[in-house]
Unconditional design. Structure first.
Length: 175
C-alpha cells in the first residue's frame, strides 16, 4: 500500500486535486464542485499549489506538465510518472485502453470510442472503452476528453456533468 499525499492546484479549468506517492501519481481530477453550471475557465490562471496534505511534496514533473499543457502546449513532454500500483503493467482491458489512448491519440487529435476499441485490440468493445474512460483517474494526462462518439458528438464527459469542460479542452487543443 502506498503512503499518499495530495495537493489542490489552481488551473485554467478550475482547481485540480492531485493524489500521489513516492512512486508516482494516483489521480488528478477537478474538484467535485465544478460542473457545467459552475465552470468558468480562465486561460490566464497559473498552476499554483493552493493546499497540500501528507508528507510527500507534489512531483515537480506534474506541475511542470500542467503548466506546459495549459500555457505552452507545443512543448509538451512525457507525462509525469503514474504509480504502478494504480496503473499496473497487467493486461486488463481498461489499462490497455488507457495506455493506447495515451500513446496513440496526441494533443489536438480525437478518436471515437470504436476506433479506440480497435486500437486497443477489440473492435467490438466500444462500450467497454466508455467504461474505461469513466474510470480514468488521470484527467488530462490520460486524455479521455479526446474520445468522442462516432457521430461527432462529444459524449458525456464526467457523466455529462462537465461537457463544457470537454468542449473547452478540445478547443484549447485546436488553437
Amino acid at each position: 500500500m502506498c503512503e499518499t499525499s495530495s495537493s489542490i492546484c489552481s488551473s485554467p479549468i478550475g482547481d485540480l486535486i492531485i493524489s500521489y506517492c513516492q512512486k508516482g501519481l494516483h489521480s488528478i481530477c477537478q474538484i467535485s464542485t465544478i460542473n457545467d453550471q459552475s465552470f468558468i475557465p480562465d486561460e490566464n490562471q497559473t498552476i499554483e499549489i493552493q493546499s497540500s496534505s501528507g508528507k510527500i511534496p507534489i512531483p515537480k514533473s506534474c506541475l511542470n506538465w500542467l503548466h506546459t499543457y495549459f500555457h505552452s502546449p507545443n512543448h509538451l513532454a512525457k507525462i509525469p510518472e503514474l504509480c504502478p500500483n494504480i496503473v499496473s503493467k497487467n493486461d486488463s482491458f481498461q489499462e490497455n485502453v488507457w495506455r493506447t489512448l495515451l500513446n496513440n491519440v496526441h494533443f489536438g487529435q480525437t478518436v471515437t470510442y470504436g476506433q479506440l476499441a480497435e486500437l486497443a485490440g477489440n473492435k467490438n468493445a466500444a462500450r467497454a472503452v466508455g467504461t474505461a474512460m469513466r474510470c480514468n483517474p488521470f484527467q488530462l494526462l490520460v486524455p479521455c476528453h479526446r474520445v468522442i462518439r462516432s457521430n461527432g458528438d462529444i459524449g458525456n464527459y464526467s457523466g455529462g456533468k462537465r461537457n463544457n469542460v470537454k468542449y473547452w479542452l478540445l478547443n484549447h487543443e485546436q488553437k
